[in-house]
Write a protein that binds this ligand. Structure first.
Ligand SMILES: [Zn+2]
Length: 81
């Protein structure tokens, strides 16, 4: 039963300072919280992942688009507080 798997919990991270690099080293990021990610169904085989970045190359949105038409987006908020 693939539908019954537990939701994994991921650490949310943010860059310590904005840079124009595409690769962040672990020393350059901080853990800002945790998040649960899950798919609505367990049977989406053909999912494309789109990553949207802001002008500073920080990832602002991660969008999952399935070939069946379902989409799911994760918005990353780097604002303080
Ligand atoms: Zn699907």
């Amino acid at each position: 039963m693939q539908d019954d798997f537990l939701e994994p919990i991921y650490d949310e991270i943010a860059p310590l300072n904005s840079s124009s690099k595409n690769i962040l080293k672990s020393s350059e990021i901080k853990i800002t919280g945790s998040a649960k990610l899950s798919m609505d169904e367990g049977s989406h085989d053909d999912v494309n992942i789109f990553i949207k970045k802001d002008a500073n190359d920080n990832i602002s949105e991660i969008k999952f688009i399935c070939s069946c038409g379902k989409t799911k987006a994760i918005i990353l908020d780097y604002s303080d507080g």
